[in-house]
Design a protein around this ligand. Structure first.
Ligand SMILES: [Zn+2]
Length: 461
């Protein structure tokens, strides 16, 4: 113990010497350390926490235009814990002002009194605001009093610090994860619509088989939907009830809101209804799994099945009067398994996505860091073909019948198989012409493409 104490004191002496060195050169300095009582003063978790606090502090100073000498920064972890020291660059602010701004940082930070931002003036003296810090543990008496009187058992203080740091790091992870997933969801919608050329679908230069919507309609719709993505991710990340099905009403409520906003933005055109359904569930599941450190394709499939259960029987198997039947119900009644549409796909655990599209995306993009427009376009085209070739799209089935659907799938399969050879251009153009001529829009496969790209990138989180 004595040896440890010696090392801690030596580390503190070194800090004082560094500080003196800066003031001897005629500059003021700023330092950061964490008030960790006892030993060890740092470990992996504390160190990570320190790095996060430091980056927040740097941003706080910069936002107040307080400049530090980056070239002379000192940052180290030793027996006295994590420590950061930097000279302040001479600017038009008083040193008391710097003290005030750093105190404001300490006071507004969730770890508050655990943080120590110290300012030393050009004469090497500590700058104090005269405020006595309250005790970290009880928040009642001054910190110095509780320390002197040994008011709190050491282990209680360390446990509180440990759990406070857990909460802090978890919050940062939640924010990072939810921002990340939300941007990936928007990305997947934008990449899908920007993919050009596409058979029968709206792209950058063509409206495909649609005369009521164009590229701009899709951008408008994606923009209003994007507002919801982070909320859904937050809901999934913080969902703690063991019974996931309890999340369904809230997910449906958000989905309905999104549909309203979509119809308003697109002037009544259904651009993304299928994608909304798929992305709402997928964002929720991804965030939930990431927060529990369990994200994998298998876990994802398992949860989407848990959440949707017997979707087909529940939503398509109703026995009602013919004139009130939805397209989905008519297809299911007429074609059985083949007519189950997106509900059948979800109930089966998204085989089109996981068996057909994602393997293609992995083939093209798995080891690529910076994806170019060209690479993206070709990999998404390949994945879209895999989807059209395997997806029994109930919209096409309902509008065009089983023969056209099968012919479409066959043409997509042909182009898919010849993706890497000289026949491809001809076969792909043939598929596009076929869709134009027959007014076919494989919108269901476009939704699944956006979903596949989202899940693929969520997995790279
Ligand atoms: Zn206390």
């Amino acid at each position: 113990m004595e040896e440890v104490l010696g090392k801690i004191l030596a580390a503190r002496d070194k800090r004082a010497a560094l500080r003196a060195e800066i003031s001897n050169s005629g500059r003021a300095s700023l330092s950061l350390n964490l008030n960790i009582p006892g030993y060890p003063k740092s470990n992996e978790k504390i160190h990570l926490c320190f790095k996060m606090v430091l980056s927040e502090l740097t941003r706080h100073l910069l936002s107040h235009r307080i400049l530090v000498d980056v070239s002379a920064e000192y940052c180290a972890t030793d027996e006295a814990g994590d420590f950061f020291l930097t000279p302040l660059l001479e600017e038009n602010y008083a040193i008391e002002e710097v003290k005030q701004i750093s105190e404001q940082f300490e006071e507004s930070h969730p770890l508050g009194r655990l943080l120590d931002v110290d300012i030393t003036n050009v004469s090497g003296e500590p700058v104090s605001s005269g405020k006595a810090k309250l005790c970290y543990f009880c928040n009642e008496k001054p910190a110095l009093v509780c320390m002197r009187e040994k008011n709190h058992p050491y282990h209680d203080i360390r446990n509180k610090i440990d759990s406070d740091i857990d909460v802090y790091l978890n919050n940062l992870d939640r924010e990072r994860t939810c921002k990340d997933l939300a941007s990936k969801a928007l990305n997947s919608l934008l990449y899908e619509v920007a993919l050009t050329p596409k058979p029968g679908l709206v792209d950058r230069f063509s409206n495909g088989s649609h005369d009521d919507m164009d590229f701009a309609t899709f951008l408008n719709s994606a923009s209003v939907l994007s507002v919801y993505f982070r909320d859904i991710a937050e809901y999934g990340y913080t969902f703690t009830d063991g019974d996931l099905k309890k999340a369904i009403p809230e997910l449906r409520r958000i989905g309905l809101l999104m549909e309203d906003d979509m119809f308003r933005a697109s002037k009544g055109i259904n651009t993304h209804k299928g994608a909304i359904f798929l992305l709402v569930f997928s964002l929720f599941i991804s965030a939930y799994l990431i927060s529990n450190q369990k994200f994998s394709y298998r876990a994802f499939v398992n949860l989407i099945q848990v959440l949707n259960g017997d979707l087909v029987e529940r939503e398509l198997g109703r026995k009602i009067l013919n004139e009130n039947q939805t397209h989905g119900e008519i297809c299911f009644e007429k074609y059985g398994k083949k007519g189950m549409g997106i509900r059948g796909e979800v109930q089966a655990g998204l085989p089109c996505v996981f068996k057909h599209a994602i393997p293609v995306l992995e083939l093209h993009l798995l080891n690529v860091n910076q994806v170019s427009d060209k690479t993206l376009n070709s990999s998404l085209t390949h994945a879209l073909l895999a989807l059209i070739a395997n997806n029994d799209d109930s919209n096409i089935l309902y509008r065009k019948g089983v023969e056209i659907l099968e012919e479409l799938k066959q043409k997509a399969q042909n182009a898919f198989v010849h993706f890497n050879d000289e026949k491809f251009e001809f076969l792909y153009q043939d598929l596009i012409t076929y869709c134009d001529k027959n007014h076919i829009s494989p919108g269901g496969s476009a939704d699944l493409l956006a979903l596949s790209y989202f899940i693929f990138t969520a997995n790279k989180h």
